[in-house]
Design a protein around this ligand. Structure first.
Ligand code: ZN
Length: 258
């Protein structure tokens, strides 16, 4: 793989449009029928543990169990009881976390679209064009799954293929510390010091999550150049060092639940 010396890192997010209407037109996708491990309501610290590191597990085939995976919230005892049943059902060695999902996702495409990137519910979905470009360039740090796609009532054309980007690369911001906030529920907190990605805590992947948060998708300079040069639509690569309104709020209110 070609080595890059440019350690500018970019946040992969939806393109900005002038109006909410244009924003949703460019992103006509909704998640349907997904099963979620519920939020944990802790009776000691009094907060809800939502989890920022959602993992996708095998499909839950027991309808009784599936019915309970509606996202919650559940009280402490109930939550751990459900978690034990899920782990037994799926024969999982590792813990499950609030927000974990089960089986392949299904997305409804609500309008005819040619967007290269779609962003359903904190995830990224890419077109065939993007997948081909990523593969030919040998980009690292991701694999893809093929979600179920169903057309909404207003869709006239056959749906093009889309692939969900499952990010496996990792990077951390300078100085971010993750610590245990509550020993009872295991809730963790993330203390942000800087917005800048630390090259020393980057695993070298082209596509990566930031600070262990699966919904923050980062891109290397190489990935960013490829995306910009190809002119892929409905995506922007925003330098992590440039704070958004949300970033300023997060820094100010750090530590954050993780
Ligand atoms: Zn707690």
């Amino acid at each position: 793989m070609q080595q890059t010396t440019d350690t500018t890192f970019y946040h992969l997010i939806q393109q900005e449009y002038e109006t909410d209407r244009l924003t949703s037109r460019a992103n006509p996708i909704v998640t349907i029928g997904e099963l979620y491990m519920p939020v944990l309501q802790c009776d000691v610290c009094g907060t809800q543990r939502c989890g920022g590191q959602q993992q996708r597990h095998e499909a839950v085939t027991d309808p009784e169990l599936a019915r309970r995976l509606d996202g919650g919230p559940l009280a402490f005892g109930e939550w751990w009881g459900l978690a034990a049943k899920v782990r037994e059902h799926l024969n999982l060695a590792e813990d499950v976390m609030p927000g974990d999902t089960f089986g392949l996702p299904t997305y409804q495409i609500t309008l005819d679209t040619a967007s290269d990137f779609l962003f359903p519910n904190l995830r990224a979905v890419i077109s065939q064009r993007v997948l081909n470009a990523f593969q030919s360039a040998g980009l690292s740090g991701y694999h893809t799954i093929e979600p179920g796609l169903v057309p909404g009532k207003r869709v006239r054309n056959e749906l093009p293929p889309y692939y969900e980007l499952c990010v496996i690369g990792t990077a951390w911001r300078k100085g971010t510390i993750v610590s245990t906030a509550c020993n009872h529920c295991g809730r963790r907190q993330r203390t942000l010091v800087s917005l800048e990605i630390d090259p020393e805590r980057w695993d070298g992947s082209d596509i990566f999550t930031v600070d262990g948060v699966t919904s923050i998708i980062g891109a290397s300079a190489r990935a960013r150049d490829l995306i910009v040069e190809a002119g892929f639509t409905n995506v922007q690569c925003r330098d992590f060092r440039i704070p958004t309104f949300v970033d300023r709020y997060l820094l100010e209110h750090s530590p954050l639940s993780a």
